[in-house]
Write a protein that binds this ligand. Sequence first.
Ligand SMILES: [Zn+2]
Ligand SMILES: [Zn+2]
Length: 280
Amino acid sequence: MLTDYHLHLRPDEKDARAADHFTVENASRYRERARELGIDELGVSEHVHRFAQALTISDHPWYRHWASDDLDEYCAFVREQTDLRLGIEVDYLPGREDRLAELVATRDFDYVVGSVHFVDGAIVDLLGDERWRDYDVWRLHDPDTVWRRYFELLADAVRSGLFDILAHPDLVKVQGRSGPWPERDPRYYWEPTLEALAESDVAVEFSTAGWRKPIGEPYPDEGFLRECLALGRVVALSSDAHRPDQIGYRYDEAVERLGALGVERIAVFERRSRRLEPLG
Ligand SMILES: [Zn+2]
Ligand SMILES: [Zn+2]
């Protein structure tokens, strides 16, 4: 079994409208590409900040800029017009746990993907987007602070129990080692998250998206993943595709790496219950 659960039906652009991308034709392009690659389990997880209902969670300028579509229309489209699993990618925002819980509990998702993109109101993965420079965490804080806070927030995200899958666990490395990089060994920063993962049952995402980014590595780091596996955590496999041709990106290598780490089964979700299926 191969899965691709962390998918977006459209690119991250304001003019990529729901009406043009949440269509049967577009969904079948994703399904078609998955079939070519032997990926049976396919689900979508659109960003929560693209939906008007997200404004009940946050009024951050990022949310106010993006939140325009209707979440229930998205859910109805995926359920009624496609054979894709229904997921959503939700930012962990501290202090907003009750609102996040309410938003997901009132819809019948197959799984909820939890992400940390925000560190204390600033964004980790803008990759130099000048339009948002005032919210670029790398302009506001030194790398040591960003990494420390990122993994503390990720720990809180794990402890919140809100999520089925922990997305791109070390996204903070996205810019690569030639960008701002902390002085200490990454293991020092991972510690709070690993402590939280020891007491949690959340699936840890192996995301091939990092191979498409300046860091040029999958998420998470192999050392981080080894620690997760030693704690008994299970793996969810995804590409974080934003276009059909990104589905299953470098999955051959992903399967090989996971196999080398002793991962024999991966997480499969349905109506927020999880089972494990043989990998491959
Ligand atoms: Zn993300
Ligand atoms: Zn994503």
